[in-house]
Design a protein around this ligand. Structure first.
Ligand code: ASP
Length: 346
């Protein structure tokens, strides 16, 4: 069986042991679906990744919190996750909600390398207000102080919390609850890597309670205009990076690949080198929309340094998230003004 085929195989396992414990206490707990996709949370120093049901079976504490159903969607390091995988996962989340009115929420376990992209994609395409929590781990399953089990447990606790509804997709690690749109992976190694430096966390999964502090105002989930039900593939969008001494050669190469859109990573405030400005003109001549995303994490791009250059401003989205939004935006429009409105709304 090829790894790709393996990934495509859906494995549905009701964890009768876990669910049984809840029932034995006389009070059936609400149901949470755990969708597993691989990542460090499923990895060991030696040997293959743990399958989804085994991952969940290794956290018996879940039985006190919810009735768990687990389904393995794929089993890969998230550096290998593709837009086709985002679509497949998003459709599965939507179909799970559509067919299970009693389902309380969904937890997605995922590698942390591209967790920001997947979580933001789901934030824009899930069509249900019930909680979707994305979680993972920075330490492998067999490392001292592995953080995976606590993160999954807290993810399920959040998914079971009534107040978690309507916040959009949540990223829960290290007891913090972040909005998928705002979360940044900020450390290469440490367990507290997922910060929300611009806007702060939405809440916390404290040991005694799950608490929300605030609500994100940007559109998401049920207020999103993006419908992936009838979409089989997403538009190709390239990322080109400006830098000191950039000469725009890479933009020529990118344009030759005929992408539907390009994200151009700029300096602070959306400022571009002479090569970066030439790159915008190259893309414009090929009729390819360019979204400018700052390489600096704090603040927003407000336009003035770019004058009347034909670009869309990513505001405070980093390039990798701007690419996700542009791929979805291109399902609706390729017109610059309309694209800017989309970037201002999400
Ligand atoms: N290799 C991992 C991944 O799948 C890293 C992690 O999960 O922390 O992204």
């Amino acid at each position: 069986m090829t790894p790709r085929f393996l990934r495509a195989a859906l494995l549905l396992v009701a964890l009768s042991g876990v669910a049984g414990t809840a029932r034995a206490q006389g009070k059936p707990l609400g149901e949470v679906l755990v969708l597993t996709t691989g990542g460090t949370i499923a990895s060991r120093t030696i040997g293959p990744m743990t399958d989804g049901p085994s991952l969940v079976r290794g956290i018996p504490e879940l039985a006190k919190v919810a009735t768990i159903r687990v389904e393995e969607v794929m089993r890969v390091p998230s550096s290998q996750v593709t837009p086709a995988d985002w679509l497949r996962l998003g459709k599965r989340v939507n179909s799970a909600f559509a067919t299970a009115p009693a389902l309380r929420g969904i937890v997605v376990t995922h590698g942390t390398d591209t967790m920001e992209e997947t979580a933001f994609f789901l934030n824009l395409t899930v069509r249900d207000p019930r909680p979707v929590v994305v979680t993972g781990a920075m330490r492998g399953a067999d490392e001292v102080s592995a953080d995976g089990p606590a993160n999954v447990l807290n993810g399920v606790r959040v998914a079971m919390t009534v107040e978690a509804k309507g916040h959009g997709v949540l990223v829960v690690l290290n007891e913090d609850i972040a909005a998928a749109r705002d979360v940044w992976k900020s450390d290469n190694r440490r367990a507290d890597t997922f910060g929300s430096p611009q806007r702060g966390y939405l809440g916390a999964a404290d040991p005694d309670t799950v608490i929300f502090f605030r609500r994100a105002l940007q559109s998401h989930t049920v207020a999103s205009e993006f419908d992936i039900a009838r979409i089989d593939s997403l538009a190709r969008v390239e990322i080109v990076t400006d830098y000191a001494g950039f000469d725009s050669t890479v933009m020529h190469a990118a344009v030759q690949r005929r992408p539907r859109g390009i994200v151009l990573t700029s300096f602070a405030g959306g400022r571009l080198s002479a090569g970066g400005r030439a790159a915008v003109r190259i893309a414009a001549a090929a009729n390819i929309p360019v979204v400018v995303a700052s390489r600096v994490p704090g603040g927003r791009i407000v336009g003035s340094p770019l004058g009347d250059m034909p670009v869309v401003l990513a505001r405070d989205l980093p390039a990798h998230k701007a690419r996700v939004l542009l791929m979805l935006a291109l399902t609706r429009t390729a017109e610059r003004g309309a694209l800017q409105q989309i970037f201002d709304r999400y």
